[in-house]
Design a protein around this ligand. Structure first.
Ligand code: PDD
Length: 289
């Protein structure tokens, strides 16, 4: 069976991959992670994912994780051994294994896990053409949403509620109606005059890699862009909404709660940006649908 997991130096089938029960990630969500899109064995935006992982490790004071170069070598070896082409590479670094105690343990080494999973990005093209539904839900997460930690219960519960309601994603809002992001995506709207709006970087959202890529592509294509908060009311009145994420990568939102967004069909801005994004994916990885 091909190796689809890596655990602290060993490549092995996912079913046999294990971490100790007292891994700090398991007991405290004392861990950061990344999800990287692999197209034909090539990672998309690898440096940006490494940068975010490094930032998270520093914020959690986790020391001793392998260098970016070492992570890259492990990822490449894992992908080769997994014999996958397109898929998702998952990377998780926890503080390590130690007797349960809230305080930082002394002298532990981080636990490093990677998994390789197939993912059909072509399926996303159909969703891109049809658009997806989202439901607004209160943002009940902690106050450091900029850190990609494995403490994902707020997102997990919201995603479950969204699916129960037949939606693809939750659109999180604060008590004052400000939209922050999705449970596992960044949220965007297009104003009636065509400006792209997405929440500014802060502790309230994850600095999405795809958010950053789309911002760059949009600016290069002369879109007007505003990184500012927007409200649920503004979202309900917007001609277009869309979401971005590694697994998206860009999906038009055609339904918000009980109402269609704009015409109820993917709009021109989202459609154009998605085209630019697939071209960027092809440029970086050589992948075409
Ligand atoms: N989720 N916001 C949140 C809360 C996320 O969890 C994610 C990613 C994003 C988009 O970030 P990026 O563009 O870097 O994928 C925004 C990943 C895919 C996950 O947890 O599976």
């Amino acid at each position: 069976m091909p190796a689809t997991a890596y655990v602290n130096g060993r490549y092995l089938p996912l079913a046999g991959a294990r971490l100790p029960v007292e891994d700090r990630g398991t007991q405290f969500a004392d861990a950061v992670y990344e999800v990287v899109a692999m197209f034909g064995g090539r990672p998309l935006d690898w440096e940006a994912h490494c940068w975010r992982l490094r930032r998270g490790l520093a914020a959690l004071f986790i020391e001793g994780a392998p260098s970016d170069a070492a992570l890259g070598r492990i990822a490449q070896t894992l992908w080769r051994r997994s014999r996958l082409a397109d898929g998702l590479l998952y990377i998780q670094v926890s503080r390590g294994t130690a007797r349960r105690d809230h305080g930082f343990p002394e002298g532990v080494r981080p636990n490093l896990v990677m998994t390789a999973r197939p993912f059909d990005f072509r399926k996303r093209l159909a969703q891109q053409q049809g658009g997806v539904a989202v439901v607004s839900l209160p943002d009940q997460r902690w106050k450091r949403c900029d850190l990609k930690t494995t403490g994902l219960l707020g997102a997990v519960l919201a995603k479950a509620e969204a699916r129960r309601l037949g939606a693809f994603e939750a659109m999180f809002h604060l008590e004052d109606g400000t939209v922050t992001e999705g449970a596992s995506t960044n949220m965007w709207l297009v104003t009636p005059s065509g400006t792209l709006v997405t929440h500014p970087l802060s502790a309230k959202i994850l600095p999405g890699v795809m958010r950053d890529t789309v911002l760059r592509l949009a600016r290069e294509a002369q879109f007007a862009v505003a990184e500012r908060p927007f409200t649920l009311d503004e979202a309900r009145a917007a001609p277009e909404l869309f979401l971005t994420s590694t697994t998206g990568p860009l999906l038009p939102v055609t339904r918000l709660d009980d109402a269609p967004v704009g015409t109820g069909k993917p709009g021109p801005a989202a459609t154009r940006l998605a085209t630019l994004l697939w071209a960027e994916i092809a440029r970086q990885t050589g992948w075409t649908p």
